[in-house]
Design a protein around this ligand. Structure first.
Ligand code: P6P
Length: 333
Protein backbone atom coordinates (compact mmCIF):
# COMPACT_ATOMS: atom_id res chain seq x y z
CA UNK A 1 0.00 0.00 0.00
CA UNK A 2 1.04 3.63 -0.40
CA UNK A 3 2.10 3.99 3.22
CA UNK A 4 4.68 1.21 2.94
CA UNK A 5 6.10 2.99 -0.13
CA UNK A 6 6.36 6.40 1.53
CA UNK A 7 6.30 5.60 5.25
CA UNK A 8 7.41 9.19 5.73
CA UNK A 9 6.43 10.65 9.05
CA UNK A 10 4.99 14.13 9.31
CA UNK A 11 7.90 15.84 11.06
CA UNK A 12 10.40 14.21 8.70
CA UNK A 13 8.25 15.27 5.73
CA UNK A 14 8.28 18.93 6.80
CA UNK A 15 12.07 18.80 7.38
CA UNK A 16 12.78 17.48 3.89
CA UNK A 17 10.04 18.78 1.56
CA UNK A 18 10.87 21.56 -0.92
CA UNK A 19 8.14 24.20 -1.41
CA UNK A 20 8.81 25.96 -4.74
CA UNK A 21 12.47 25.10 -4.25
CA UNK A 22 12.67 26.29 -0.65
CA UNK A 23 12.72 24.48 2.68
CA UNK A 24 9.77 25.01 5.07
CA UNK A 25 10.73 27.70 7.64
CA UNK A 26 11.41 26.03 11.01
CA UNK A 27 8.82 28.24 12.75
CA UNK A 28 6.14 26.96 10.37
CA UNK A 29 7.34 23.38 10.81
CA UNK A 30 7.06 23.75 14.58
CA UNK A 31 3.53 25.15 14.30
CA UNK A 32 2.28 22.45 11.92
CA UNK A 33 3.76 19.66 14.05
CA UNK A 34 1.99 21.13 17.11
CA UNK A 35 -1.31 21.20 15.20
CA UNK A 36 -0.81 17.61 14.00
CA UNK A 37 0.04 16.38 17.51
CA UNK A 38 -3.06 18.09 18.92
CA UNK A 39 -5.27 16.54 16.23
CA UNK A 40 -3.83 13.14 17.12
CA UNK A 41 -5.03 13.66 20.71
CA UNK A 42 -8.38 14.95 19.44
CA UNK A 43 -8.79 11.88 17.24
CA UNK A 44 -8.50 9.70 20.34
CA UNK A 45 -11.00 11.86 22.32
CA UNK A 46 -13.53 11.85 19.45
CA UNK A 47 -13.24 8.06 19.14
CA UNK A 48 -14.10 7.64 22.85
CA UNK A 49 -17.27 9.83 22.59
CA UNK A 50 -19.90 8.68 25.06
CA UNK A 51 -17.43 6.42 26.86
CA UNK A 52 -15.85 9.47 28.48
CA UNK A 53 -19.03 11.55 28.71
CA UNK A 54 -18.05 13.84 25.81
CA UNK A 55 -21.22 13.73 23.75
CA UNK A 56 -23.97 16.30 23.94
CA UNK A 57 -23.92 20.04 24.43
CA UNK A 58 -21.63 21.96 26.72
CA UNK A 59 -24.58 24.12 27.79
CA UNK A 60 -22.84 27.18 26.31
CA UNK A 61 -23.09 29.19 23.06
CA UNK A 62 -20.36 30.55 20.80
CA UNK A 63 -19.93 33.86 19.02
CA UNK A 64 -22.01 32.48 16.15
CA UNK A 65 -24.91 31.96 18.54
CA UNK A 66 -24.54 28.20 18.04
CA UNK A 67 -24.91 25.69 20.88
CA UNK A 68 -21.43 24.39 21.64
CA UNK A 69 -20.91 20.64 21.91
CA UNK A 70 -18.63 19.47 24.72
CA UNK A 71 -16.13 18.29 22.12
CA UNK A 72 -16.18 21.73 20.37
CA UNK A 73 -14.96 23.37 23.57
CA UNK A 74 -12.44 20.63 24.32
CA UNK A 75 -11.06 20.80 20.77
CA UNK A 76 -10.68 24.57 20.99
CA UNK A 77 -8.89 24.38 24.34
CA UNK A 78 -6.64 21.52 23.17
CA UNK A 79 -5.53 23.48 20.09
CA UNK A 80 -4.74 26.63 22.08
CA UNK A 81 -2.79 24.56 24.62
CA UNK A 82 -1.05 22.64 21.83
CA UNK A 83 0.34 25.66 19.96
CA UNK A 84 0.99 28.14 22.78
CA UNK A 85 4.69 27.21 22.89
CA UNK A 86 5.30 27.92 19.20
CA UNK A 87 7.94 30.64 18.97
CA UNK A 88 6.82 32.10 15.60
CA UNK A 89 3.10 32.18 16.34
CA UNK A 90 1.93 35.75 16.97
CA UNK A 91 -1.69 34.83 17.64
CA UNK A 92 -4.64 32.60 16.83
CA UNK A 93 -8.34 32.92 16.02
CA UNK A 94 -11.07 30.30 16.28
CA UNK A 95 -14.68 29.85 15.27
CA UNK A 96 -15.37 29.25 18.97
CA UNK A 97 -13.99 32.58 20.22
CA UNK A 98 -15.17 36.10 19.41
CA UNK A 99 -11.72 37.67 19.62
CA UNK A 100 -8.28 36.42 18.63
CA UNK A 101 -5.83 35.28 21.32
CA UNK A 102 -2.24 36.56 21.41
CA UNK A 103 0.36 33.78 21.71
CA UNK A 104 3.82 35.37 21.33
CA UNK A 105 2.18 38.69 20.33
CA UNK A 106 4.83 39.21 17.66
CA UNK A 107 6.08 36.64 15.16
CA UNK A 108 5.69 35.46 11.57
CA UNK A 109 2.46 33.52 11.70
CA UNK A 110 -1.24 33.75 12.50
CA UNK A 111 -3.23 30.52 13.01
CA UNK A 112 -6.96 30.30 12.36
CA UNK A 113 -9.04 27.20 12.94
CA UNK A 114 -12.43 25.63 13.18
CA UNK A 115 -11.54 23.19 15.96
CA UNK A 116 -14.30 20.68 15.26
CA UNK A 117 -16.37 21.36 12.17
CA UNK A 118 -19.60 19.47 11.65
CA UNK A 119 -20.06 19.06 15.38
CA UNK A 120 -23.81 18.46 14.91
CA UNK A 121 -22.65 15.07 13.60
CA UNK A 122 -20.69 14.13 16.75
CA UNK A 123 -23.67 12.56 18.51
CA UNK A 124 -24.63 10.43 15.50
CA UNK A 125 -21.12 9.10 14.83
CA UNK A 126 -20.61 10.78 11.44
CA UNK A 127 -17.15 12.01 10.37
CA UNK A 128 -16.14 15.46 11.68
CA UNK A 129 -12.92 17.40 11.39
CA UNK A 130 -10.48 20.16 12.32
CA UNK A 131 -9.81 22.85 9.69
CA UNK A 132 -6.71 25.10 9.97
CA UNK A 133 -5.25 28.03 8.07
CA UNK A 134 -1.87 29.77 8.56
CA UNK A 135 -1.44 33.40 7.46
CA UNK A 136 1.85 35.27 7.24
CA UNK A 137 1.69 38.26 9.61
CA UNK A 138 2.35 41.40 7.55
CA UNK A 139 4.52 43.11 10.21
CA UNK A 140 5.97 40.35 12.45
CA UNK A 141 7.50 42.87 14.87
CA UNK A 142 4.27 44.76 15.62
CA UNK A 143 2.10 43.68 18.58
CA UNK A 144 -0.91 41.58 17.56
CA UNK A 145 -4.15 43.28 16.52
CA UNK A 146 -7.42 41.74 15.33
CA UNK A 147 -7.03 43.52 12.00
CA UNK A 148 -3.81 41.52 11.41
CA UNK A 149 -6.04 38.56 10.54
CA UNK A 150 -8.09 40.39 7.89
CA UNK A 151 -6.03 39.18 4.92
CA UNK A 152 -7.33 37.50 1.78
CA UNK A 153 -6.91 33.75 1.35
CA UNK A 154 -4.02 34.49 -1.04
CA UNK A 155 -1.90 35.31 2.05
CA UNK A 156 -2.13 31.76 3.41
CA UNK A 157 1.23 29.96 3.69
CA UNK A 158 -0.36 26.67 4.79
CA UNK A 159 -3.82 25.17 5.17
CA UNK A 160 -5.36 21.80 5.83
CA UNK A 161 -7.82 19.66 7.68
CA UNK A 162 -7.86 16.49 9.71
CA UNK A 163 -10.95 14.32 9.15
CA UNK A 164 -11.89 12.02 12.05
CA UNK A 165 -13.59 9.19 10.19
CA UNK A 166 -12.93 5.47 9.69
CA UNK A 167 -9.37 6.70 9.24
CA UNK A 168 -7.97 9.88 10.72
CA UNK A 169 -6.51 11.56 7.64
CA UNK A 170 -4.86 14.96 7.17
CA UNK A 171 -4.81 16.92 3.92
CA UNK A 172 -2.17 19.66 3.78
CA UNK A 173 -0.99 22.29 1.33
CA UNK A 174 2.08 24.52 1.75
CA UNK A 175 1.37 26.31 -1.54
CA UNK A 176 3.03 23.74 -3.81
CA UNK A 177 0.48 20.93 -4.22
CA UNK A 178 -1.58 18.85 -1.78
CA UNK A 179 -0.49 15.81 0.25
CA UNK A 180 -2.36 13.44 2.59
CA UNK A 181 -1.28 11.62 5.75
CA UNK A 182 -3.12 8.90 7.67
CA UNK A 183 -2.73 8.42 11.41
CA UNK A 184 -1.04 5.19 12.41
CA UNK A 185 -2.67 4.68 15.81
CA UNK A 186 -0.13 1.99 16.80
CA UNK A 187 2.91 4.23 16.35
CA UNK A 188 1.01 7.54 16.89
CA UNK A 189 2.41 8.95 13.65
CA UNK A 190 0.80 10.70 10.68
CA UNK A 191 2.22 8.75 7.72
CA UNK A 192 2.36 10.11 4.15
CA UNK A 193 -0.10 8.16 1.97
CA UNK A 194 -0.62 10.42 -1.04
CA UNK A 195 1.39 13.12 -2.86
CA UNK A 196 0.18 15.37 -5.70
CA UNK A 197 -3.52 15.10 -4.92
CA UNK A 198 -5.44 16.12 -8.08
CA UNK A 199 -9.15 16.94 -8.45
CA UNK A 200 -10.50 15.66 -11.80
CA UNK A 201 -11.69 18.61 -13.93
CA UNK A 202 -14.93 16.75 -14.79
CA UNK A 203 -17.31 15.05 -12.39
CA UNK A 204 -20.68 13.34 -12.14
CA UNK A 205 -21.20 14.02 -8.43
CA UNK A 206 -22.67 17.14 -6.82
CA UNK A 207 -22.99 17.88 -3.10
CA UNK A 208 -25.56 20.30 -1.66
CA UNK A 209 -28.34 20.30 0.96
CA UNK A 210 -31.32 19.77 -1.37
CA UNK A 211 -33.86 20.70 1.33
CA UNK A 212 -32.90 24.35 0.76
CA UNK A 213 -33.72 24.24 -2.98
CA UNK A 214 -36.66 26.68 -2.85
CA UNK A 215 -34.41 29.27 -1.17
CA UNK A 216 -31.54 29.30 -3.70
CA UNK A 217 -30.69 32.08 -6.14
CA UNK A 218 -31.54 31.38 -9.80
CA UNK A 219 -28.02 30.42 -11.05
CA UNK A 220 -27.70 27.68 -8.40
CA UNK A 221 -31.25 26.50 -9.02
CA UNK A 222 -30.53 26.26 -12.77
CA UNK A 223 -27.25 24.39 -12.21
CA UNK A 224 -28.79 21.81 -9.86
CA UNK A 225 -31.92 21.38 -12.03
CA UNK A 226 -29.61 20.51 -14.94
CA UNK A 227 -27.69 18.00 -12.80
CA UNK A 228 -31.03 16.38 -11.85
CA UNK A 229 -32.21 16.33 -15.48
CA UNK A 230 -28.99 14.58 -16.55
CA UNK A 231 -28.76 13.47 -20.21
CA UNK A 232 -32.48 14.26 -20.62
CA UNK A 233 -31.63 17.96 -20.29
CA UNK A 234 -28.68 20.26 -21.00
CA UNK A 235 -25.98 17.90 -19.65
CA UNK A 236 -24.30 15.02 -21.47
CA UNK A 237 -24.24 12.83 -18.35
CA UNK A 238 -26.34 11.73 -15.37
CA UNK A 239 -25.28 12.91 -11.89
CA UNK A 240 -25.08 11.36 -8.42
CA UNK A 241 -25.69 13.36 -5.22
CA UNK A 242 -23.90 13.18 -1.87
CA UNK A 243 -24.45 15.34 1.28
CA UNK A 244 -22.74 14.34 4.54
CA UNK A 245 -23.45 17.74 6.16
CA UNK A 246 -19.90 17.78 7.49
CA UNK A 247 -17.78 20.11 5.34
CA UNK A 248 -14.51 18.31 6.09
CA UNK A 249 -15.99 14.94 5.03
CA UNK A 250 -17.66 16.38 1.92
CA UNK A 251 -14.52 18.25 0.83
CA UNK A 252 -12.35 15.19 1.54
CA UNK A 253 -14.54 13.25 -0.89
CA UNK A 254 -14.12 16.02 -3.52
CA UNK A 255 -10.33 16.05 -3.07
CA UNK A 256 -10.27 12.24 -3.20
CA UNK A 257 -12.56 11.56 -6.22
CA UNK A 258 -13.67 14.90 -7.67
CA UNK A 259 -17.12 16.50 -7.42
CA UNK A 260 -18.61 19.86 -6.59
CA UNK A 261 -19.52 21.00 -3.08
CA UNK A 262 -21.95 23.88 -2.62
CA UNK A 263 -23.27 25.82 0.34
CA UNK A 264 -24.66 28.83 -1.52
CA UNK A 265 -26.38 31.99 -0.33
CA UNK A 266 -30.08 31.47 0.20
CA UNK A 267 -33.02 33.73 0.94
CA UNK A 268 -33.68 32.36 4.44
CA UNK A 269 -31.23 34.95 5.84
CA UNK A 270 -30.76 37.29 2.87
CA UNK A 271 -28.45 39.64 4.79
CA UNK A 272 -25.95 36.80 5.29
CA UNK A 273 -23.79 36.02 2.20
CA UNK A 274 -23.84 32.33 3.16
CA UNK A 275 -23.59 29.87 6.07
CA UNK A 276 -19.91 28.89 5.98
CA UNK A 277 -17.16 31.12 7.40
CA UNK A 278 -14.59 32.70 5.12
CA UNK A 279 -11.49 32.81 7.32
CA UNK A 280 -11.34 29.33 8.84
CA UNK A 281 -13.57 27.19 6.61
CA UNK A 282 -13.82 28.53 3.04
CA UNK A 283 -10.30 29.96 2.69
CA UNK A 284 -8.34 26.88 3.89
CA UNK A 285 -10.57 24.56 1.84
CA UNK A 286 -10.23 26.83 -1.20
CA UNK A 287 -6.42 26.82 -0.87
CA UNK A 288 -6.42 23.00 -0.85
CA UNK A 289 -8.87 22.81 -3.78
CA UNK A 290 -6.97 25.31 -5.96
CA UNK A 291 -3.65 23.60 -5.17
CA UNK A 292 -5.24 20.30 -6.26
CA UNK A 293 -6.25 21.77 -9.63
CA UNK A 294 -9.84 22.65 -8.73
CA UNK A 295 -11.55 26.02 -8.24
CA UNK A 296 -13.53 27.75 -5.49
CA UNK A 297 -15.92 30.66 -5.96
CA UNK A 298 -18.69 32.58 -4.22
CA UNK A 299 -20.41 32.87 -7.63
CA UNK A 300 -18.91 36.26 -8.46
CA UNK A 301 -15.29 36.04 -7.28
CA UNK A 302 -12.72 33.38 -6.43
CA UNK A 303 -13.01 32.95 -2.68
CA UNK A 304 -9.30 33.43 -1.99
CA UNK A 305 -9.47 36.89 -3.64
CA UNK A 306 -12.09 38.14 -1.16
CA UNK A 307 -10.83 40.85 1.22
CA UNK A 308 -12.33 40.11 4.67
CA UNK A 309 -13.79 42.86 6.85
CA UNK A 310 -14.77 40.69 9.81
CA UNK A 311 -13.02 37.71 11.42
CA UNK A 312 -16.25 35.68 11.44
CA UNK A 313 -17.79 36.76 8.17
CA UNK A 314 -19.69 34.20 6.14
CA UNK A 315 -19.49 33.43 2.43
CA UNK A 316 -21.32 31.51 -0.28
CA UNK A 317 -19.17 28.50 -1.25
CA UNK A 318 -19.03 26.52 -4.50
CA UNK A 319 -15.83 24.47 -4.88
CA UNK A 320 -14.44 21.45 -6.68
CA UNK A 321 -13.98 20.19 -10.24
CA UNK A 322 -12.92 23.09 -12.45
CA UNK A 323 -15.37 22.46 -15.34
CA UNK A 324 -18.38 22.59 -13.01
CA UNK A 325 -17.20 25.75 -11.25
CA UNK A 326 -16.65 27.45 -14.61
CA UNK A 327 -20.22 26.52 -15.60
CA UNK A 328 -21.58 27.94 -12.33
CA UNK A 329 -19.59 31.16 -12.86
CA UNK A 330 -21.10 31.52 -16.36
CA UNK A 331 -24.59 31.17 -14.85
CA UNK A 332 -23.78 33.89 -12.29
CA UNK A 333 -22.43 36.30 -14.93
P1 P6P B 1 -26.69 21.88 6.95
C1 P6P B 1 -21.62 21.89 9.88
O1 P6P B 1 -22.51 22.43 10.83
C2 P6P B 1 -21.44 22.90 8.77
O2 P6P B 1 -20.90 24.09 9.26
C3 P6P B 1 -20.55 22.31 7.67
O3 P6P B 1 -19.61 21.44 8.18
C4 P6P B 1 -21.56 21.60 6.76
O4 P6P B 1 -21.14 21.57 5.41
C5 P6P B 1 -22.83 22.45 6.91
O5 P6P B 1 -22.71 23.16 8.14
C6 P6P B 1 -24.08 21.59 6.94
O6 P6P B 1 -25.19 22.47 6.97
O7 P6P B 1 -27.56 23.12 6.79
O8 P6P B 1 -26.80 20.93 5.77
O9 P6P B 1 -26.87 21.17 8.27
Amino acid sequence: TASTTFNTHFKQYLETVQVKGNAVPTGLQELLVAVADTCMTLSHEVAQGALIGLLGSAGTGNVQGEVQQKLDVIANDLLIEGVKGCQSLAGLASEEMELPVAVQGTGDYLLLFDPLDGSSNIDVNVSIGTIFSVLKKQDPAAPLQTTDFLLSGRHQVAAGYVVYGPQTTMALTLGDGVVMFTLNRVTSEFVLIKESVEIAHATKEFSINMSNMRHWAEPVRRYVDECLAGVGGERDKDFNMRWIASMVADVHRVLSRGGIFMYPWDQREPHKPGKLRLMYEANPMSFLVEQAGGASTNGDQLIMDLIPTDLHERVSVMLGSKEEIERLQRYHA
